[in-house]
Design a protein around this ligand. Structure first.
Ligand code: GLN
Length: 406
């Protein structure tokens, strides 16, 4: 016999979406909340804790004063679309049409979701490299795609060509690429992109390529957009945004660049999801994207210093580190570190216990490795740290790691 309580649970269950039940809240965002709760140094979520460039902030203030306060055109303010065209041409040598090939969205997160919803049909599969940025899991579930995972193997995060080829098939609608990669820092080479291209062409698949870290590169690495690879221009959706390049993750301005027919579908989904991104911030974006090359050189140089700093801190603390070639994360292996008895648990994977121990007792927040894998056991000995933080934040983390015993 059911009690009133179980009845309520039962009714509540029936009322909720089966899709939403298939994924959990974002672990990355949760770690930031835990960092605040425990007053820990937050090296979990990838957002800068330093100021955005003065001229970009001034442009946003000016836009509001100038009364750019109503809806922009749903697929994006013209000045920002024009700035994207110019920048894409300057950095990647490709000419795109601002009227037919760009959709400005509320962050690259929405650009990715709108793109997926614009191309996925029931029965479609997508190929996803793992470890992957955690959003791609829920993106797949909500759009209705079945993911086929392909491993990137440490320490260089290379993929096995046979494994990748086997993941493609007649139901493949797209491959999701993220280069420079979160969480591994891998930057896909031209040869790798060409191998992926051959599979996309063979199986008539799209490539959705998340290039949000395009300017955060080390050791002379070059970012090549998949759209530039011969034969891929018409089957590539490029996802990008202002967040990481201009240190404005809270502005939520991102975009999708895609061929006209695909863009038409993306624009429709986007319009009914969000109507549009913040108009004054799009206006400021036009200025941001016109900054000179020196801005991007400085950005990469600043992050190179922070990368070296955090690599050293983590190595000294006893982590095995995987040196990133791009983006601003360091994947680590924790197997040389011991977890206090009270944190050993059979109900969660070791990375989650380790992250809890680190945030609660050591006072540093990281992201458990399992957040980046389909099978949580695959990430059980890994945790991710970010170094998009002020020197004083990194120094505070260093001091706290002194209490960690290898
Ligand atoms: N990309 C960031 C990360 O991986 C977070 C982005 C977000 O939380 N929306 O930490």
């Amino acid at each position: 016999m059911s009690t009133p309580e179980t009845n309520i649970t039962h009714i509540a269950r029936r009322m909720l979406s089966a899709k939403a039940e298939q994924f959990t809240e974002s672990v990355i965002r949760e770690m930031t909340r835990l960092a605040l709760k425990h007053n820990a140094v937050n090296l979990s979520q990838g957002f800068p804790d330093f100021a955005a460039p003065l001229e970009i902030k001034e442009a946003a203030r000016q836009a509001i004063s100038d009364d750019i306060n109503q809806y922009a055109i749903t697929w994006g303010a013209k000045p920002l679309r024009d700035a994207i065209v110019q920048k894409f041409h300057r950095t990647q040598g490709l000419t795109i049409d601002p009227e037919r090939e760009i959709t400005i969205c509320c962050g690259s997160t929405e650009a990715m979701m709108s793109s997926m919803m614009a191309i996925i049909n029931p029965g479609d599969e997508i190929v996803v490299f793992e470890p992957f940025y955690e959003n791609y899991g829920p993106d797949a579930i909500l759009s209705g795609a079945t993911p086929r995972f392909v491993k990137l193997q440490p320490p260089d995060w290379t993929y096995d060509e046979k494994e990748l080829a086997a993941a493609f098939g007649p139901h493949t609608k797209a491959i999701i690429l993220n280069t420079p990669n979160n969480p591994t820092g891998k930057v896909f080479t031209r040869a790798e992109l060409e191998f992926i291209r051959d599979l996309c062409v063979r199986w008539n698949a799209f490539c959705i390529t998340d290039e949000i870290y395009e300017h955060i590169l080390y050791d002379g690495t070059e970012h090549i957009t998949m759209a530039r690879i011969d034969g891929m221009r018409d089957r590539t959706i490029v996802i990008n945004g202002m967040s990481k390049t201009y240190s404005v993750t809270g502005w939520r301005v991102g975009w999708a660049i895609a061929p006209p027919e695909t863009t038409q579908a993306i624009r429709k989904v986007h319009d009914f999801l969000t109507v549009g991104a913040a108009a004054p911030l799009q206006q400021a974006g036009a200025l941001a994207l016109s900054l000179p090359q020196t801005y991007y050189d400085n950005l990469a140089a600043t992050y190179a210093t922070k990368r070296a700093r955090l690599l050293k801190i983590l190595e000294q603390a006893g982590f095995i580190v995987y040196k990133p070639r791009g983006a601003y994360y360091i994947m680590t292996d924790t197997s040389r570190l011991t977890l206090p008895q009270k944190y050993r648990s059979s109900s969660e994977t070791a990375d989650v216990s380790f992250a809890r121990y680190l945030v609660e007792e050591i006072g540093v927040a990281c992201v458990p490795g399992s957040s980046f894998y389909n099978d949580s056991r695959d990430g059980a000995s890994q945790v991710r740290f970010t170094f998009c933080k002020k020197e004083e934040t990194l120094a505070a983390a260093e001091a706290r790691f002194a209490h960690l015993h290898p």
